[in-house]
Design a protein around this ligand. Structure first.
Ligand code: SF4
Length: 430
């Protein structure tokens, strides 16, 4: 469809595009912890019953038929925390017993590495630990639930039936599933077409997708000259990479400066220091020169520069309270600077955000929220129809194609864009 759009002159490279994302609910029930454990073991037993029924009959305890024949939520689960913990421990013991049998010499070929068994191993590793049990002659120990330590984490599975879905908590909202990022054109002289749908697990931050989206757009031959995004997609490194690798002008409000100097108002922020990159020195708002300039790398390997001012200058400075809270005789003001190209790109982006002539661009970016709303309300984007990220992505591409058909039809018929709706009450505002 994009190729056809290009041939017909409805889509061009090097134009303007905008991107935003929304959450997608997985096509599975969100079980509580006890239900997750029971259902994970039940799913493994069902898979093994199909692959190796005779072997499973030889290792299954009689109580397993009672405990795992029906979906766990169909049982009346115990109410008190102690009873629930005891049941969880029993399920844990059952799982460890099954895994030990699967890894034993009598296990049929291939069953120990079945996907449902791998899920069982992963969930058990995450939720259980083994404690020694003197009463157990086998010496295998007993399963004990690990203490709850928040939710999330890259490997933490939320359901045995969709192992790609992840939990996320953001802006007061919690969900299990995915994120989808839609990129669309926003030139005045062409229909607004979705040019890319990017699907990730829910716990992948927007900042991780800026570069992959640019790679995908470049591979399609429709990378924009100007890309409008919100602050979650913008970092100093993204600004530089977009410009230097993809020739894309990435426009979005940089993330807020959270330093106390910024928050207090009137404090001396890093941006208030003049940086002489050639001479490797900084000059502070009171015209003192830095004492040292050293290159470092952080834990992720990213370079940065640490600049120190002379403690004697800072101790004697009448503006010290606006600049540093360092105490003692040793320390003056320190600055941590990004590499030069990133530092300058961020300064330009911050200045741009305050420029009146740039404000229409920020307003134009917000239009993509209407596209997400249309995709959710008219095309069912909010809920995954299928399990697994590959099929969820296929659904998102299909939604993008459907949106494009609707928009091309509207463009060819001369149907104008609908104005943003306002409630009757909101319209009363002056
Ligand atoms: S505290 Fe030090 S770095 Fe800050 S303005 Fe004063 S002399 Fe300059």
């Amino acid at each position: 469809m994009l190729d056809a759009g290009r041939t017909q002159g409805l889509l061009k490279a090097r134009g303007r595009q905008r991107t935003d994302s929304t959450h997608v609910l997985a096509a599975v029930r969100e079980p509580n912890r006890l239900e997750l454990l029971g259902e994970t073991l039940r799913a493994a037993l069902n898979a093994l019953a199909a692959m190796a029924p005779a072997w499973l009959r030889s290792v299954a305890l009689p109580v397993w038929y009672e405990r795992y024949s029906r979906r766990i939520e169909d049982f009346r689960l115990p109410k008190t925390p102690a009873e629930r913990a005891a049941l969880a421990d029993e399920i844990g013991d059952d799982g460890f017993r099954l895994l030990a049998a699967l890894d034993g010499p009598e296990s049929p070929p291939g069953v120990a590495t079945m996907p449902a068994v791998e899920v069982l191993r992963t969930v058990w590793r995450c939720h259980f630990e083994k404690t020694p049990d003197p009463a157990d002659p086998s010496g295998n120990g007993r399963a004990r639930l690990r203490p709850v330590s928040g939710r999330g984490g890259e490997d933490r599975l939320e359901s045995p039936y969709d192992t790609d879905a992840r939990y996320c908590s953001k802006s007061g909202m919690e969900w299990t599933g995915y994120m989808v990022h839609l990129s669309e054109t926003c030139d005045d002289d062409a229909p607004r077409l979705i040019v890319h749908a990017d699907t990730t697990a829910a716990n992948v931050h927007e900042a991780m997708r800026t570069e992959p989206i640019h790679v995908a757009l470049a591979a399609k031959g429709i990378a924009p000259a100007l890309h409008l995004v919100d602050s979650a997609y913008v970092s100093a490194a993204h600004l530089v990479t977009a410009r230097e690798v993809f020739a894309i002008d990435l426009v979005g409000p940089p993330r807020k400066n959270l330093s106390w100097q910024q928050r207090q108002g009137g404090g001396f922020r890093a941006a208030d220091f003049r940086i002489d990159w050639e001479a490797s020195r900084a000059i502070c708002p009171r015209d003192k020169q830095s004492q040292s300039w050293r290159d470092y790398r952080d834990r992720s390997g990213s370079p940065y520069v640490k600049v120190r001012f002379n403690p004697a200058d800072c101790r004697a400075c009448e503006a010290r309270a606006q600049c540093t809270r360092a105490t003692g005789v040793k320390w003056g003001r320190n600055l941590r600077l990004r590499p030069r190209d990133e530092h300058e790109a961020l300064a330009v982006a911050r200045a741009r955000k305050e420029t009146d002539s740039e404000q229409p661009l920020y307003a134009l970016r917000q239009g993509v929220e209407g596209t997400l709303s249309q995709a959710v309300r008219s095309f069912g984007l909010r809920r995954a129809r299928y399990k697994g990220i590959a099929k969820a992505h296929l659904q998102h591409v299909a939604v993008a194609a459907a949106l494009n058909l609707d928009r091309i039809a509207a463009w060819l018929r001369g149907r104008p864009l609908a104005p943003t709706r306002r409630s009757r009450f909101a319209a009363l505002a002056a």
